[in-house]
Design a protein around this ligand. Sequence first.
Ligand SMILES: Nc1nc2c(ncn2[C@@H]2O[C@H](COP(=O)(O)OP(=O)(O)OP(=O)(O)O)[C@@H](O)[C@H]2O)c(=O)[nH]1
Ligand SMILES: [Mg+2]
Ligand SMILES: [Zn+2]
Length: 295
Amino acid sequence: MKKGLVVDREAQMIGVYLLAEKQTYRGIPRKKVLKKTKIYAGDYVWGEVVDRSSFAIEKVEERRNFLVRPPVANVDKVITVMTIKMPEFDSFLLDNLLVVYEHFQADPVIVFNKIDLLTGEETKTLSYWTDLYIKAGYEVIKVSAAKNKGIEELKDYLKDSICVLAGPSGVGKSSILSALLGIKLATREVSEKTERGRHTTTGVKLFPFGENSFIGDTPGFSSVDALYFVEKKDVRLYFREFLRYQCKFPDCTHTKEPGCSVKEAVKKGEINCQRYTNYLKIIKEDLSIAKQLCQ
Ligand SMILES: Nc1nc2c(ncn2[C@@H]2O[C@H](COP(=O)(O)OP(=O)(O)OP(=O)(O)O)[C@@H](O)[C@H]2O)c(=O)[nH]1
Ligand SMILES: [Mg+2]
Ligand SMILES: [Zn+2]
């Protein structure tokens, strides 16, 4: 049997990319397969080529993970795209996203796009956030899709992986996709974002690029509530820098418990106050806890 990756999934359409021959076929699942499971983009499948354009799917591999929005399986990396301006950076939104992707075991990489737009103070703002997230334990890559800067570095980082672009509307996700693929795809202007309703696509498409990598675009959003996906008590596990500390109680929520090393670290400046405040905000805790520590 041959191994393929589902790269196209829309209504009854299943596009299967055969990894050995780098060709896409129309996937036709056997009845026994359909009885067992649904098929999503990102699924690894096994089967046989039946003619020039069709591939009979005999088996779907067990999924390593599954991202709900967009529905993609086996996501290795989520390219979380942000900008310092146009639109303005929103650390609360980013921290919500990081929590959600970490929860789904899809490694988030933070990409700051549109660096070509930044001058003076704005460049310092970019450095500030870049340093903060690197220190917290995340990979940060600065790019300009428009000027094709940082794209090779990003491509290297995404080697051998299934990736998905995510982030607010207008940050340049589709533009980064085009730059990675080296082609021109339709992009939308920031001002058009209110027409979101018109833009509903249900299908998911993964594009092959670089060295054995696949990437999917997603429509932007303006807010995400991590608690929609993650249990409140688990949020603390998805702030990477918190995991470096051991509190008196192993299930410490880092809010009101005595002997909390995370709070101690916030007080000493080892953990960033904005991050800690966002943590409290995500779990809908009293923000005055942070105020006392961050004077
Ligand atoms: N100056 C500059 N403009 C950019 C860059 N990348 C994208 N843009 C512009 O930003 C606007 C939005 O880009 P898109 O790629 O459509 O953004 P998106 O994140 O896909 O937006 P949604 O699909 O609405 O979520 C377009 O006008 C792009 O031309 C960049 O690196 N620099
Ligand atoms: Mg887009
Ligand atoms: Zn604690």
